[in-house]
Write a protein that binds this ligand. Structure first.
Ligand code: ADP
Ligand code: MG
Length: 731
């Protein structure tokens, strides 16, 4: 065996654990060390500049040029005290990843004198040469330039790499005419919209509420594998997943990895990326093994949603970088290995008021109870009414392997609320609406908060198969893909809830104008909402075939393909929702739709090419080589005068190999034809659908089936691609 595979396996034992655990710091000593926090700002800025920064963060106030210069100078002084030489605007273009363009503080004055400088202009606005980021035609339509503009609500931070230190300034990315070219701008707009709508509703209960913040706590799942072994798999390298590979004799059936002890080498990697994360202010809290071998999860303490999204993007970056130092590769793909659990990114979402109330935490008094019920029911109604958009917000080529592919969670959007709250909703629903009178105010006194300890205590009762579950004091959107930028699903969810809360407020106001008592008006509207959205509530096993059937009977959509799911973004309903709430105008929406379709097409295209390449240059040659060895053996046995009994078995294997190779070759040819056909289609939507159906559905599974059969037959020492057991069990 003389291949990358064998080299990688040989080298594996040489990899050191490589992190000095003794030297590990106390988290509180290093937390935020690399962040321009408000307390750092306080000591580096004048009173005037500091006040302006704070009011810009808290109240969205504009920072004037002069103050901008002062803030920039303070930032530079702080950064230089930490040996930073460069700065960059850090943004999240529509690729979903993060982008940077580094500039030096160093500059030459007109008289040729060299100085270090960082002006307000450079802090507040930049024009990166970012013309190759996807814009879905937006930049072409308006103006070639795209601008990055400082987002003061997410603090600047210092990124440390082996090459040096860079001051990173979180920014939005917009076109000359103000159309958003990134994921952050719409998220910020949706946070503002939800704030306003939620405050209006809160006012029904508490006049002191003047701001509502969206909170997000993500849970990031990922795989970690040895880089040497990963590099010997062209498919992993190019697509982030294995397109072939037979399941190992031992998979995850023993569940022995789940919550087991973390392997030393991975542990060292975790310690190091956690340390970097703490210094960047990412409040990581938990780490553990996941269900699949080599799969892990980490989660922070929740934060304000904009910051949480930045921190997730940043973390993925830090993890990938730190992994390299350990000769490890992190896989964020939703489905790197067939037959082994995929990865997701649960988005725990809630809203909290400036009076310190979590709006999704059941209250202890009738008044707070009703406020909780209001936000709880409105969220259910929002997810019900905009289920198609919620589904679209998590659609991608990677996530397609999870949603709708017999793996959790299903492509059907449903909501789990638990026994206790199901009861509460049933009770409210059963009342005839005229029946809400004084004596029925008993319902307001339901001990809803008692469901919390119950939910928390009985962990097994927590339905893990639901794509959208209420988990005590927040909703957990579980169907988000592990590689996704949380901004997109969060933007859609925020907007759907905004629209629902606005409508709710109007209905309640209308009833009150007719003379209805406030509490009764609220209860009547909630009752109506429960009736209208109850078919999205589901407590059973979301992975079961029975649920698919039942969901179909209930009329719930079950869209399996990405291109079809994405259609939801360009309906009249979506246009009304997003334009009406000033989140995306229809151009921004159409541009995103186009970009997502293109991304899908490219991904499937690359996968198809990689499959073809691997078949031609790895699978068939190895198979033929083994066949020749067998034929030589057969001929030798024949020459020695042995009878058929001696070579019958070998001949059978030779025949089988020929059969599989024959089918594979035909499939590859037909897949190329299908690609040509798809490429000739004019509209992205048609092309994406053809890539989904003609290229992927008709070929990928079959091709894989035959290749994986060959893997089981061919001499292991000839097989060039690292096998699953090596990928997921060796480290
Ligand atoms: P799990 O059992 O799913 O791991 P946890 O209780 O550990 O659930 O919490 C998961 C995530 O939910 C954490 O990231 C946590 O910060 C987040 N979370 C908790 N409360 C809220 C909230 N009010 N808003 C948003 N996220 C929250
Ligand atoms: Mg969770």
């Amino acid at each position: 065996m003389n291949s990358l595979r064998s080299e990688a396996i040989k080298k594996l034992s040489l990899n050191p654990a490589g992190f000095d655990i003794e030297a590990a710091d106390k988290v509180t000593d290093i937390f935020n060390e690399n962040v321009f926090t408000l307390s750092v700002a306080r000591s580096f800025l004048s009173d005037e500049a500091f006040k302006s920064l704070v009011s810009s963060i808290k109240g969205g106030k504009k920072i004037d040029r002069n103050i901008g210069n002062q803030i920039a100078a303070g930032m530079r002084a702080w950064a230089e005290s930490k040996q930073v030489t460069h700065f960059t605007h850090w943004f999240q273009p529509l690729t979903g990843l993060s982008a940077e363009k580094h500039d030096s503080f160093f500059t030459l004055k007109s008289d040729g004198v060299a100085i270090e400088e960082f002006e307000g202009n450079a802090l507040i606005q930049q024009e990166p040469d970012a013309s190759s980021f996807p814009s879905g035609g937006l930049r072409e339509t308006f103006e070639a330039r795209g601008y990055t503009a400082w987002d003061p609500t997410s603090p600047a931070f210092i990124m440390e790499t082996a090459e040096g230190k860079t001051l990173c300034i979180p920014t939005i990315f917009v076109s000359y005419t103000g159309e958003s070219l990134d994921t952050k701008t719409p998220l910020l707009r949706s946070i503002v919209a939800l704030d306003k709508a939620a405050v209006d509703v809160c006012q029904l209960f508490d006049k002191n509420v003047s701001k509502v913040t969206t909170t997000l706590g993500w849970e990031q799942e990922y795989f970690v594998i040895d880089s040497g072994i990963a590099n010997a798999r062209p498919d992993l390298l190019l697509t982030g997943r294995t397109v072939f590979g037979h399941a190992p004799a031992k998979g995850q059936q023993l569940d022995d990895h789940y919550f087991g002890s973390i392997p030393e080498r991975v542990y060292a990697f975790m310690r190091e990326f956690e340390k970097e994360s703490y210094r960047l202010g990412i409040p990581l809290r938990t780490r553990h093994n996941e269900v699949a071998p080599s799969q892990f999860e980490c989660a922070p303490i929740f934060e304000e949603a904009n910051l949480a999204v930045d921190h997730n993007t940043l973390l993925m970056d830090v993890m990938s970088r730190v992994a390299k130092r350990h000769n490890l590769t992190v896989l964020f793909h939703e489905k790197p290995f067939a037959g082994i659990n995929g990865s997701g990114k649960h988005n725990n979402w809630s809203m909290s008021t400036d009076t310190g109330v979590n709006l999704l935490a059941p209250g202890k008094t009738p008044k707070t109870n009703l406020m909780f019920l209001t936000f709880f029911v409105n969220t259910i109604k929002a997810v019900h009414d905009y289920a198609d958009l919620i589904r679209a917000s998590i659609a991608s080529a990677g996530n397609e392997h999870r949603l709708g592919a017999n793996e959790a969670p299903p492509a059907i959007i449903s909501i789990f609320v638990g026994k206790h709250l199901t009861n509460v909703l049933n009770q409210i629903e059963k009342r005839v609406s005229d029946d809400f009178d004084e004596q029925d105010e008993a319902i307001l006194k339901l001990d809803i908060h008692k469901s919390i300890p119950e939910l928390m205590l009985d962990n097994t009762d927590r339905n893990r198969t639901s794509p959208f579950a209420f988990t005590g004091n927040k909703f957990e959107f579980r169907a988000v893909g592990s590689s996704a930028n949380c901004a997109i699903p969060m933007t859609v969810l925020n907007t759907a809830v905004t629209a629902t809360l606005k409508a709710f407020k109007q209905e309640v106001d209308a009833l009150m104008e007719k003379g209805e008592k406030k509490e009764i008006a609220i209860m009547q509207t909630l009752q109506k909402y429960i009736v209208e959205s109850k078919n999205i509530l589901f407590e059973g096993d979301g992975y079961s075939a029975a649920w698919e059937k039942e969901a179909a009977q209930r009329g719930l959509p079950n869209v399996k393909s990405t291109p079809e799911a994405l259609d939801a973004f360009v309906t009249e309903k979506a246009k009304t929702l997003f334009e009406g709430n000033q989140i995306y105008n229809h151009l921004e929406m159409e541009a995103r739709h186009e970009i997502m379709l293109e991304a899908y097409i490219k991904k499937i295209q690359i996968e198809a090419r990689v499959m073809g390449d691997l078949v031609t240059t790895h699978i068939v040659p190895a198979s033929v080589k083994y066949q020749n060895i067998l034929l030589e053996n057969i001929n030798g046995l024949k020459a020695a005068g042995l009878t058929e009994a001696a070579w019958k078995n070998q001949l059978e294997i030779v025949t089988k190999i020929s059969e599989h190779v024959g089918v594979i070759s035909e499939l590859v040819t037909s897949m190329i034809e299908a690609r040509k056909k798809a490429n000739n289609l004019e509209h992205s939507r048609d092309m994406a659908m053809s890539y989904y159906y003609d290229v992927k559905e008709k070929h990928f599974h079959k091709l894989r089936y035959h290749v994986d059969k060959l893997e089981l037959i061919v001499d292991d020492s000839i097989w060039t691609l690292p096998k699953y057991r090596e990928l997921v069990f060796m480290r």
